[in-house]
Design a protein around this ligand. Structure first.
Ligand code: GDP
Ligand code: FE
Ligand code: FE
Ligand code: FE
Length: 195
């Protein structure tokens, strides 16, 4: 979409260029595919296309930043010190939102929340946050058992598709002996459990 300056002060091409400088070519291609999927989901669910584009293009902006930079931002922004025990898989969303705000002049809180929540989800997510969480998971380059089903579900029942992802991510983490970030469990309990 043509940017009208509501979420990012310059053009989409300018934002794309700044993102490309911070990530590997492979990750950049992923980011463009997430934007494509986020725009399709935004049309389906009535979310502003410019807002969806900015959130998608910036969601993994911080993924390749150094450990020291993440630790410095956790201190500078007075984030939960327990975050320091984690790694860039968790930091690039939660801490990455602060880096995006500072370095890319993006101040729209729903966009920053969507970036924050794109890896772990959260008990409360706006439609924009749900769209980014799902677009990242089912963009056309993703290939895992059930991806077609998850992709179709995101267009039919967005809420149910968020539940599907949280259930499968938690099962994957447990099956592989990975530590589960506490917010991931809260997301699972809210979105994926029969009430
Ligand atoms: P990407 O940045 O496009 O690769 O995708 P994400 O930001 O969604 O996920 C990054 C990584 O974090 C993936 O490998 C997820 O499986 C992993 N991840 C998601 N939740 C958790 C969690 O609670 N704990 C751990 N250890 N990893 C997680
Ligand atoms: Fe990510
Ligand atoms: Fe994700
Ligand atoms: Fe991603």
């Amino acid at each position: 979409p043509t940017y009208r300056g509501r979420y990012y002060p310059r053009s989409r091409a300018d934002l794309v260029q700044r993102v490309a400088k911070q990530v590997s070519p492979k990750r950049f291609e992923h980011i463009l595919r997430v934007e494509e999927m986020a725009l399709r989901l935004a049309k389906q669910w009535g979310v502003d296309l410019e807002q969806a584009s900015v959130a998608a293009l910036t969601h993994d902006y911080a993924k390749e930043q150094s450990t020291q930079k993440f630790l410095d931002f956790i201190d500078a922004k007075q984030l939960d010190p327990n975050l320091k025990a984690w790694n860039s898989a968790i930091w690039h969303g939660i801490v990455g939102a602060e880096i995006v705000a500072d370095e890319l002049d993006i101040q729209n809180q729903p966009i920053l929340d969507a970036i924050r929540q794109h890896t772990t989800g959260a008990p409360y997510m706006t439609t924009l946050s749900q769209i980014l969480y799902m677009a990242d998971y089912v963009e056309m380059g993703r290939d895992f058992p059930g991806v077609d089903e998850a992709r179709a579900l995101a267009f039919e029942d967005l809420r149910a598709s968020v539940g599907w992802q949280t259930r499968h991510t938690l099962a994957f983490l447990v099956a592989n002996g990975k530590p589960v970030y506490p917010l991931t469990i809260l997301t699972y309990n809210e979105w994926s459990v029969e009430k």
